[in-house]
Design a protein around this ligand. Structure first.
Ligand SMILES: Nc1ncnc2c1ncn2[C@@H]1O[C@H](COP(=O)(O)OP(=O)(O)O)[C@@H](O)[C@H]1O
Ligand SMILES: [Mg+2]
Length: 301
């Protein structure tokens, strides 16, 4: 197959891991920087220009879209979709999961437990809201944060108020969230491919830090999931319309609470910690989808 990885970082571990996994299985792998794609729509065949040349046809794409270029990335995926190209993450699913609020709304609507959260209107009195999210301390989160940047623990009323005021003045979209103290600075990342949980790790924040992002110096180890947790992880990914995703959840006293679902999960940490060839599983998934599609087309000709 001819497979393109949509990525701005050809040297990034995840991109390289996918290239290797694809080549090992005999596929032609390309890396396409989605921020350099010009999209032509309208009468006639949809086209993509890339560095002044018309992009050739690919059988499948693997989007690895960074948070800062989500909307542009989604437009490029959508163009590939129109061109009958298989995609590991559909544009709609990427957009929905990337926005932390929309993602939580969707999960909660599907009966999946999430930390109690609120999107705060300007001028809203903070006192009643604090009760809604379990009292102080609270977590204040920028909706487009990554690597824990823009995730703040406000321990006093004054801090909460000032951070909220500052974010609102900056026009920053954010939520306030119940702080899950009993998670003790740890969360679980579960990698799902083709609807199955394939690798899981527990990340533990450094001492004095509540954010367990590996980019913030957290440590990680292999973690086993309970049946209930596995069920919740699988359901979350399915509800968001994804086939490949990283699900982050907190172990709370009332069970697992899903924090976010990442449509372009990093592979370095999870492959390194668990030894699972996640990239290989993603390529296998594409092969399977591809042959299903071919069979379907052959039967409906
Ligand atoms: N409500 C919460 N209670 C306790 N810890 C939290 C909560 N929300 C986030 N954290 C911690 O902060 C980390 C970063 O938050 P997250 O929402 O994943 O933002 P980002 O997308 O920037 O990684 C999480 O991995 C978790 O360890
Ligand atoms: Mg996170």
């Amino acid at each position: 197959m001819k497979i393109a990885i949509l990525s701005r970082g050809p040297q990034l571990y995840s991109t390289q891991s996918l290239v290797r996994a694809g080549m090992k299985r005999g596929h032609t792998m390309h890396i396409v920087d989605h921020t350099r794609c010009t999209l032509v729509v309208g009468r006639g065949r949809p086209k993509i220009y890339y560095n002044d040349f018309q992009l050739e046809r690919f059988d499948a794409i693997i989007p690895r879209i960074g948070a800062s270029v989500t909307s542009q990335g989604a437009s490029v995926i959508s163009q590939f979709e129109t061109m009958q190209c298989l995609t590991v993450a559909r544009s709609e699913a990427l957009l929905q999961s990337r926005d932390k609020l929309r993602c939580l709304q969707k999960l909660a609507r599907c009966g999946i437990e999430v930390p109690r959260s609120a999107f705060v209107a300007v001028g809203q009195d903070l006192m009643p809201l604090l009760r809604e999210v379990g009292g102080l301390p609270i977590v204040i989160k920028m909706l487009e944060s990554t690597h824990g940047n823009g995730v703040i623990l406000a321990e006093t009323y004054r801090t909460a108020e000032s951070v909220i005021e500052a974010f609102q003045r900056l026009g920053e979209r954010f939520i306030i969230q119940e702080f899950i103290r009993e998670a003790k600075g740890a969360d679980i990342r579960a990698l799902v491919v083709a609807g199955e949980v394939v690798a899981t790790m527990k990340r533990q924040a450094r001492s004095g830090e509540f954010r367990s992002n590996l980019h913030r110096g957290a440590s990680a180890e292999v973690a086993a999931l309970t049946e209930e947790e596995e069920e919740i992880v699988r359901k979350s990914v399915k509800m968001l319309g994804l086939d490949v995703a990283g699900v982050d959840f907190l172990r709370s006293s009332r069970g697992p609470l899903v924090m976010e679902v990442n449509a372009s999960p990093g592979l370095e940490g999870i492959e390194g910690i668990t030894g699972v060839d996640v990239a290989g599983k993603i390529i296998e998934f594409i092969e399977k989808r591809w042959s299903e599609l071919r069979n379907y087309q052959a039967n409906n000709r």
